[in-house]
Design a protein. Structure first.
Length: 589
């Protein structure tokens, strides 16, 4: 398995760049970007909005969202104040994993439109100072990709080594998987291929065979894909499952993960849970990140941002993802803050503080929601749904970070999982039912209004996932008219993040660090402007007082910039009253 050189030589990479560069420069002018994205720092402290294209806006009435649908909603996104859209995969795909199983990296799935539609989206978004970020799935392809079809055709096929083939372990004369490695989506990560008498490795679904990143030809092909989309004007890539590219070449068993009783934990699929030390975050990942960065940096006059899907074990591992010389990822996702999944002041304080102080001067990327996890209502304190949302959004937008949000967060869309197994679309929900219901609940259609299909589909058709009943009250049209809506809360926070110098890029310091109820922090810009943020994490009223002399801030008066509906303006820094889950943001004067 992976016989080709581990640790690709620099000589190969120089060659690959030499091949790609002329094509890049020839098309640079065609792909010139919006002025906002010519600022090389546009992504720092910006807002990135994730769109699951299947569920955002259906323009042709087939019940599935598409690219023209996204284009038709750009004015709305501009009014929200976002800087970039991350589109989850829109390439041709059998759609087993709804696009994360790609069969052609340089085209658009007809369900979503055409390359011309994509180019129009880029152009129209650029006019509104919005950049497009593509999802780059490098770890695996679809089993229907011609590369894999060739690879599995025979042991001697020239693409055999593009994937991870392995001889079986023979037990009592019968072939068994080479080791106990598990797929993230349940059961063995090895799939038997009777025709050629070997197993192939798949970290995700059986239909998603892993590529062999030790093979120089695989790297060359994927760097070509990267430059293809740069030529089409994208401003960045979200690198899917990027820590999974390499596996330990010894192919030995992982340790079992033990529960408190010393016995292996059993996962939702009924498997004995194993560790991922041999299949995740191996050091060779960093070589690839540097190479991807070199391709991205071939663009002139445009910053192409590399964002990583980085579920890691520690802030130390997160720091390494930026590279020792800032030559790897720009924005590895910090999953430690957003996916704590405990609405607890001390834990939030510790995680936010780590991100602000332990990744040196790098830019943190915070994210609370995506297409793989229940929405922020997972933190819900019934009946305080919206109140909790105010707090989450304040942490996301008033911290010193790049903020990544998920479509529908801004109106408070709620996770709506299927109630019957026969309705499940995400295969892990079928394999794992009822413990694992899959990810349909966070992928339901965007709720635009209270009309047929919530305005998602133009003709009131059967949508690919049902419209959640909550659309009657939770929808864009209604919230645009309500001054105290979640939508306005998001708009105001995003506007402050962009316009207020302290909230834009001011340093961040935690305040009142012994307070178990209220999370508070100071943002201070280089010119001394200071803003305090206080978030009540409880359902009881709280009062806070700040002494900022140690931070060199001497004023005691406050000018309110934003507060949760119904709260009074505080008289001074010494007496800020917060209602249940109340949030206060004020400039010190
Ligand atoms: C990432 C994606 C997820 C997908 C998986 C396999 O984790 O976010 O949706 O299923 O990779 O590509």
């Amino acid at each position: 398995m992976k016989a080709a050189a581990r640790g690709l030589s620099c000589a190969f990479f120089a060659l690959a760049l030499a091949v790609l560069s002329p094509a890049l420069s020839a098309q640079q002018s065609a792909a010139s970007t919006a002025s906002a994205h010519q600022n090389p720092n546009w992504w720092k402290n910006g807002v990135i909005y994730e769109i699951y294209p299947r569920s955002f806006q259906d323009s042709n009435g087939d019940g599935i969202g598409d690219l023209n649908g996204v284009t038709s909603r750009l004015d709305y996104l501009q009014s929200l104040g976002i800087d970039a859209i991350w589109l989850t995969p829109i390439y041709p795909s059998p759609q087993v994993d709804f696009g994360y199983d790609i069969s052609d990296y340089e085209n658009i799935d007809p369900q979503y439109g055409t390359l011309a539609d994509f180019d129009r989206l880029v152009t129209e978004a650029r006019k509104r100072n919005i950049g497009i970020i593509m999802d780059l799935v490098l770890n695996h392809t679809s089993d229907k990709h011609p590369w894999f079809v060739e690879s599995r055709s025979s042991r001697t096929n020239f693409r055999r080594d593009w994937y991870m083939w392995h001889d079986p372990k023979m037990v009592d004369g019968k072939p068994e998987p080479p080791n106990n490695w598990l797929s993230v989506f349940g059961h063995s990560a090895w799939q038997w291929d009777a025709k050629t008498g070997q197993y192939y490795y798949h970290r995700f679904y059986i239909q998603q065979p892993d590529l062999n990143w030790n093979n120089p030809e695989v790297r060359k092909a994927m760097y070509g894909v990267e430059s293809f989309w740069i030529q089409h004007g994208v401003v960045g890539f979200r690198l899917d499952a990027i820590t999974s590219l390499f596996e330990d070449p010894t192919d030995t068993d992982e340790n079992y993960v033990l529960g408190p009783d010393g016995k292996p934990l059993i996962n939702a699929y009924g498997d004995k849970e194993v560790d991922t030390l041999k299949t995740d975050n191996l050091p060779e990942v960093h070589d690839v990140l540097r190479e991807l960065r070199q391709v991205a940096d071939q663009t002139h006059g445009r910053k192409v941002v590399l964002i990583g899907e980085t579920y890691l074990r520690s802030v130390d591992d997160l720091r390494k993802m930026y590279g020792p010389h800032n030559d790897e990822l720009d924005l590895p996702m910090d999953m430690e803050v957003g996916f704590i999944n405990r609405f607890d002041t001390n834990t939030f304080r510790q995680r936010v503080n780590e991100a602000e102080t332990e990744i040196e001067d790098e830019q943190p990327l915070f994210v609370f929601d995506n297409h793989d996890n229940p929405r922020w209502d997972r933190y819900d304190h019934n009946p305080h749904h919206d109140d909790v949302g105010h707090v989450i959004a304040a942490v996301l937008f008033a911290s010193r970070d790049t903020a990544m949000m998920y479509y529908g967060d801004e109106i408070g869309m709620v996770t709506t999982p299927p109630t019957r197994k026969e309705d499940v679309k995400d295969p892990i929900g079928i394999t794992g039912w009822p413990k694992e219901k899959g990810r349909d609940g966070e992928r339901t259609p965007m709720q635009w209004n209270d009309g047929p299909d919530a305005g998602f589909s133009p003709r009131g058709v059967k949508t690919w996932l049902p419209i959640p009943p909550s659309y009657a009250n939770i929808n864009v049209a209604a919230e645009e008219h309500e001054p105290d809506s979640m939508l306005h809360w998001y708009q105001q926070l995003i506007a402050l993040k962009k316009s207020d110098p302290a909230l834009h890029d001011g340093a961040e310091t935690m305040l009142n660090t012994a307070d178990e109820h209220v999370l508070s922090w100071l943002r201070k810009s280089d010119n001394g402007e200071a803003v305090v943020v206080a978030c009540n994490f409880t359902d009881q009223p709280q009062s806070v007082s700040f002494d900022l002399s140690a931070q060199g801030v001497h004023g005691t008066h406050l000018k309110t910039l934003l507060k949760t509906p119904g709260a009074a303006d505080p008289a001074s820094l010494h007496s800020i009253q917060l209602g249940p889950f109340g949030v206060y943001v004020g400039r010190v004067q």
